[in-house]
Design a protein around this ligand. Structure first.
Ligand code: ADP
Length: 173
């Protein structure tokens, strides 16, 4: 299948999605016709949220863009570049928050290019207010009983709190 320069894959763990991820999706939507948000099935990372839960949260957060067919949410297993090829996507987008992200992202982008030169990696920077935000930090704040209203869409807050409370209860039981 010829690669479509107008379709981009945004891969990640999204454990769970944050406003930082959503900021990148919105920026990618301005550059590409369609963004496939692809949840990686990587059990080695031991995600807290199941694939289905992560997909549900992303679909809730991205509902208007999904309805307009600008965005779709999918799950992928195996090599990202092979997945991009299967989807006919010509590009991969990743978010860069700080210099600390750079080394890993650079290495991965070059490795992906080595395997599939026709798929280009594009880096986008989020709004400054999200540069210190990560899914890991978000989960920590919830666990400590902190305020997360600025970091995720309001509709997702009850589901995320519920999951983390259940998880803590389960682990303490
Ligand atoms: P992964 O395990 O693949 O890094 P993540 O869900 O942590 O999955 O991140 C997916 C992508 O989103 C990565 O490119 C990461 O740099 C980016 N990202 C994560 N949080 C933010 C944020 N707050 N602002 C911008 N980009 C982000």
């Amino acid at each position: 299948m010829p690669l479509n320069r107008r379709i981009v894959i945004y891969p990640g763990s999204f454990d769970p999605v944050t406003n930082g991820h959503l900021d990148i999706v919105q920026r990618a939507c301005r550059l590409f016709d369609h963004v496939v948000v692809a949840i990686s099935h990587n059990p080695l990372k031991s995600p807290l949220f199941s694939l289905e839960e992560r997909r549900e949260l992303l679909e809730l957060a991205l509902k208007p863009l999904i309805r307009r067919k600008k965005v779709s949410v999918d799950v992928f297993d195996g090599l990202l570049v092979q997945y991009a090829r299967r989807r006919g996507a010509g590009a991969i987008v990743r978010g860069l928050r700080a210099v600390s992200d750079f080394e890993y992202e650079f290495q991965m982008a070059l490795m992906n290019r080595h395997q599939t030169p026709e798929v280009e990696t594009v880096f986008l920077m989020p709004d400054e207010k999200y540069t210190y935000l990560s899914s890991t930090l978000l989960k920590e704040i919830v666990r400590m009983g902190g305020e997360i209203g600025r970091f995720i869409p309001p509709a997702l807050i009850p589901k995320i709190r519920q999951k983390l409370t259940a998880h803590r209860f389960h682990n303490n039981a």
